[in-house]
Design a binder for this molecule. Structure first.
Ligand code: SF4
Length: 250
């Protein structure tokens, strides 16, 4: 079965007024919103700017707002947005500079992630029973050599949490949910007290965890269950404990 849908897509070029264009497209019943955007590009307007890569929520590249909510359109079924023929609205992420149409400049996100030293692969991973397992020691089938492998961190650096964050909307200097979640992951992973202290100092900044208004929109919107809001609360606890420890050590 095919679905006939109308997309209302935000259009923008520097030094030109922003507008919305409407495209009627036909996609298969199982199509996702990214497929519909690609149809609009393919059949109607090759100037339409949008980003995409993996098509299965592994790269975070295609993030946009669908009907006002931050989503990865590569895993958002078109049929979930059928509403009596009303158009599906597609807009770029908020709180980033717009390059053109649906494409935003995510440099700020990557710079924050880099400042944390966030390593996007996990050399170790908790097993289901809570014991640490070193995957480099996992045995391949008897006939094969031992093949070390890494699992990737959950965060795909899509920027959705920064777009959904009301604090970010008011203050572009805020370190942001993804960066603070990255700090918490690194604090959790390191055994080095100096590295831990540096990371907690980074989070214990006026633009760090204390700037968050606890709206939890980041956790609500994150497509990868990173739960940045909980990471921020955890960092607050650790920073407060560190302050008390210093106070009582005097
Ligand atoms: S924390 Fe979630 S929403 Fe934020 S960048 Fe990472 S995957 Fe995207």
């Amino acid at each position: 079965m095919a679905l006939n849908v109308t997309l209302k897509i935000f259009r923008y070029r520097p030094n030109q007024p922003a507008r919305c264009d409407t495209f009627d497209v036909t996609v298969p019943d199982a199509a996702n919103v990214l497929d519909a955007i690609e149809q609009a590009w393919d059949k109607h307007d090759r100037d339409l700017m949008f980003r995409h890569a993996c098509h299965h929520a592994s790269c975070g590249t295609c993030a946009v707002r669908i009907n006002g909510r931050e989503k990865l359109p590569c895993i958002a079924p078109v049929r979930d947005y059928l509403d009596g023929g009303k158009p599906i609205t597609i807009e770029p992420l908020r709180n980033f500079p717009i390059v053109g149409d649906l494409v935003v400049d995510v440099t700020g996100l990557f710079q924050r992630q880099e400042a944390t030293g966030f390593v996007i692969t996990r050399p170790t991973e908790d097993s289901l029973d809570g014991k640490r397992v070193d995957h480099t020691q996992c045995l391949a089938p008897a006939s094969a050599a031992i093949v070390p492998f890494n699992r990737f961190e959950n965060c795909v650096e899509c920027g959705i949490c920064l777009s959904a964050c009301p604090t970010m909307a008011a203050d572009d200097k805020f370190f942001g949910p993804a960066g603070l979640a990255a700090i918490q992951r690194e604090v959790d992973k390191t055994d080095d007290p100096n590295a831990r202290a540096r990371l907690l100092d980074l989070a214990d900044d006026e633009q760090g965890v204390w700037r968050c208004h606890s709206a939890w929109e980041c956790t609500e919107a994150c497509p990868q269950n990173v739960n940045p809001a909980e990471a921020i609360m955890d960092l607050r606890k650790q920073i407060t404990a560190r302050r008390f420890k210093k106070l009582f050590a005097r």
